[in-house]
Design a binder for this molecule. Structure first.
Ligand code: SF4
Length: 223
């Protein structure tokens, strides 16, 4: 058992070492497929069709190329929730596929999981123009979709990536630093708050704090 933990620590430190550099392109060579390994049931497909044609936010509906519903394992124990699609996500129609997505993939692998083991989505499903922060009305319009996604998947852990996601899920205005390190509850799942990968790309010094959060995610999954 001790030997396994040491191996895990060794792997994790290896990832952390890579994450601390700016070699995200290099890391991208090992990117894992984002395709779900579990078939989606009919009611989920109907729900998805509703979301994919949604125009509740007129500005976003007019500017988007894609509605980025979410992607991954519909029976996942772990769901990551980000803020909103970016340019690459809007182009491909998939969440976290740009540089921040490559970093998220490595963060998932650092806790010895594969990207296809988890589910990944955002608080809002359409890209805000120029990547501006989603407006409260937009979050209010889209949040019921996220709530239904979580209710359908019934994960054990929800990991909020960044302040916008954490505040939306917890209906609070607290700072991310005051939410990190605490366990919250969301629809029966434990909710753990960490930094958004895009923030970590801009602030690499905080990757060590994110690693502490990921270790808590891993520990909760093993408990
Ligand atoms: S962000 Fe959500 S609520 Fe707004 S138009 Fe897109 S899918 Fe609809």
């Amino acid at each position: 058992m001790t030997e396994q933990i040491n191996d895990f620590q060794k792997d994790a430190l290896h990832y952390l070492h890579m994450l601390e550099g700016d070699g995200v392109e290099l890391l991208g060579k090992t990117a894992v497929s984002t395709k779900s390994t579990v078939e989606e049931p009919g009611d989920v497909i109907d729900f998805k069709s509703t979301v994919m044609t949604c125009k509740k936010c007129p500005e976003l509906a007019m500017c988007r190329n894609s509605v980025v519903f979410g992607d991954g394992n519909m029976k996942a124990d772990l769901v990551f929730v980000g803020e909103a699609p970016g340019a690459e996500e809007d182009r491909q129609g998939l969440p976290f596929v740009g540089k921040a997505g490559q970093l998220l993939t490595k963060m998932i692998e650092a806790i010895q999981m594969r990207r296809q083991d988890v589910y990944i989505c955002n608080v809002i499903k359409c890209r805000p123009p120029n990547n501006r922060t989603p407006l409260p009305d937009e979050i209010g319009n889209c949040l019921p979709y996220l709530e239904k996604q979580i209710k359908t998947i019934q994960p054990r852990i929800v990991c909020a990536l960044g302040a916008v996601a954490a505040r939306a899920l917890l209906n609070t205005t607290r700072s991310i630093s005051s939410m990190r390190g605490h366990n919250f509850e969301y629809q029966g799942a434990k909710l753990i708050v960490t930094y958004h990968p895009a923030y970590l790309l801009r602030n690499p010094a905080d990757k060590k704090k994110a690693w502490e959060d990921l270790k808590r995610v891993r520990s909760e999954l093993q408990s």
